[in-house]
Write a protein of this length. Structure first.
Length: 85
């Protein structure tokens, strides 16, 4: 199974860059028909993870993927699953 990975550690304090990278990885997953995207907001205070989850819950973004899974073993990791037709 093909997978894309986005590590947000380097841009955690740059709101405009975070949004751009999230949009880019979602577009790339759709274009390349990737089934899984791993987003790493890191553990930290949890604010970046909340921001990523808010992004993913936007109606126009929500319709692009199948489901979101929060890693139960690693708090600082989110999986976005796609089902391509």
């Amino acid at each position: 199974m093909a997978k894309l990975k986005l590590d947000l550690h380097g841009i955690y304090n740059r709101g405009d860059k975070i949004e751009a990278e999230l949009n880019r990885i979602m577009d790339e997953a759709i274009d390349r028909r990737i089934e899984l995207v791993e987003i790493i907001p890191g553990k930290g205070s949890g604010q970046l993870k909340k921001r990523v989850l808010r992004f993913l819950n936007q109606p126009e973004i929500r319709k692009l993927y199948h489901r979101v899974e929060k890693d139960s073993k690693n708090y600082g990791r989110i999986f976005v699953h796609f089902r391509h037709k």
